[in-house]
Design a binder for this molecule. Structure first.
Ligand SMILES: CCCCC/C=C\C/C=C\CCCCCCCC(=O)SCCNC(=O)CCNC(=O)[C@H](O)C(C)(C)COP(=O)(O)OP(=O)(O)OC[C@H]1O[C@@H](n2cnc3c(N)ncnc32)[C@H](O)[C@@H]1OP(=O)(O)O
Ligand code: TJR
Length: 377
């Protein structure tokens, strides 16, 4: 292990990341709270400010992937569509295969300039996640309880609110509804069989209702569906903790742009269309497994410096006063104050580690583990 690699895996390096992330995150949450009265005066301005504030937080995790771990992200797409990415609203449909697929999604958002504004249909448990969940409240993220009877109205209403959104955004949908595990795959393939649908090898059976309600409510707002299939080279199974330890991965993303007009309007037709899309996605994954790449050309797509600049600015702003405080503490020689500082450092470390734990599949939900009895079964 080289010196730099050793440095990246050290507790102190992680502590710095945790401290900057947690302290800046709480400051940003507070600033977001202060924008509340502005929503009454100018919704447009409040949204624009919140987009930038959210960028301050989410781009820090992108920095960990792009700059700290040096992970490379290759985009496979039709070059003629390339100029449209970032310049239109889109619904991104992504496979839910790893613990960092959301982060790879964020990285592509960053590169196309839509990181601050991008959204997701997220499970409602994430709403309460400190910093990220609170930030999402102000970003108008759409939450679902994964209980259709409750979600159908709230999700549609939240989507309708995005009609006059002032900046381009990508709306992410993990149609599989939960992360891939062998058990969830087995259960969902039983459902596929009971519905007479072909089995999928690399995906869970997609949940179609969220997709249908999203497409219907974003017609006229989003121009296209981006069918995104993500994979990692050499069968690597990445985690956020490994990223923080500086482990480098190579992510490949296959992106197909499908104009929204091509998607059927009726619920049953739209569901059938999505099932077909997932069968195609499965064949792309098979291609990747066999050949080590996706079909079609790649486009060079460099990382941008803004996320790193944002992190450096926050680090300077937050580490300088902390350094001064530490010097004072040590020179005061007071055992009590030194004990308090050690406790605060441990709390920051545990807080950061706990947040990373929220991305780990083995701590995930049991959603999709048990076959839900349906009218078709
Ligand atoms: C490169 C581009 C990147 C772009 C990135 C852009 C933005 C990034 C922004 C943020 C990044 C942060 C990411 C955070 C990640 C958080 C993500 C999540 O939280 S994922 C979980 C929440 N989201 C979803 O679940 C979305 C998909 N789900 C749905 O759409 C659901 O339909 C629903 C709306 C949630 C409702 O769910 P519910 O369970 O109540 O209903 P369903 O209709 O889905 O289920 C009943 C239906 O399904 C059949 N069934 C039963 N069991 C299964 C099974 N195991 N598998 C499949 N199907 C099953 C059952 O028979 C019923 O069938 P039918 O419809 O015929 O009645
Ligand atoms: C610079 C970096 C500093 C690091 C400090 C700590 C960073 C912590 C970052 C936490 C980011 C949390 C983002 C939450 C995204 C979680 C996405 C996710 O994985 O959701 C899972 C759901 O889709 C499905 O849930 P399951 O049904 O599988 O259960």
């Amino acid at each position: 292990m080289g010196l730099i690699q050793l440095l990246k895996s050290q507790f102190l390096s992680h502590l710095i990341f945790y401290y900057v992330f947690l302290a800046s995150g709480l400051i940003v949450n507070l600033l977001q709270f202060c924008t509340l009265p502005l929503w009454l005066v100018s919704k447009k301005l409040a949204r624009k400010i919140n987009i930038r504030l959210c960028y301050c937080i989410s781009s820090q995790i992108v920095v960990a992937l792009e700059w700290w771990s040096g992970t490379e992200c290759t985009l496979y797409t039709d070059p003629k569509n390339y100029p449209l990415y970032g310049n239109e609203n889109a619904i991104a449909v992504l496979n839910h295969c790893s613990e960092i697929d959301f982060l790879c999604g964020w990285t592509f958002c960053e590169r196309f300039g839509v990181l601050g504004s991008s959204k997701v249909l997220a499970k409602h448990e994430l709403r309460y996640l400190p910093i990220i969940g609170w930030m999402w409240y102000f970003l108008e993220i759409v939450f679902c309880k994964r209980k259709w009877e409750e979600d159908r109205r709230t999700v549609a209403e939240s989507l309708q609110n995005l009609h006059d959104y002032p900046e381009n955004f990508w709306f992410l949908l993990f149609c599989e509804g939960t992360r891939f595990t062998p058990k969830k795959h087995e259960v969902s393939m039983q459902v596929a069989e009971s519905k007479g649908l072909p089995k999928l090898k690399y995906h869970l059976l997609p949940r179609t209702k969220g997709f249908w309600v999203t497409v219907q409510n974003l017609r006229g707002t989003a121009a296209a569906v981006y069918d995104c299939t993500l994979n990692f080279r050499n069968k690597q199974v990445p985690s956020l903790l490994d990223i923080l330890n500086g482990k480098k991965y190579h992510a490949d993303l296959y992106l197909r742009r499908i104009p929204l007009e091509l998607i059927p309007e009726g619920e049953a037709e739209c569901a059938a269309w999505l099932h077909k899309l997932y069968q195609e996605k499965d064949s792309f994954q098979e291609h990747y497994t066999q050949k080590g790449c996706f079909p079609g050309p790649t486009v060079t797509h460099p990382r941008r410096p803004w996320a790193l600049i944002n992190w450096i600015l926050w680090a300077c702003m937050l580490l300088y006063p902390l350094g001064l405080l530490l010097v004072q503490l040590v020179s005061s020689g007071s055992i009590l104050t030194i004990l308090v500082s050690v406790t605060v450092a441990c709390a920051a470390s545990l807080g950061g580690r706990w947040m990373i734990g929220q991305t780990e599949t083995n701590r995930g939900s049991s959603y999709g583990n048990k076959e839900v009895p349906s009218k078709n079964n």
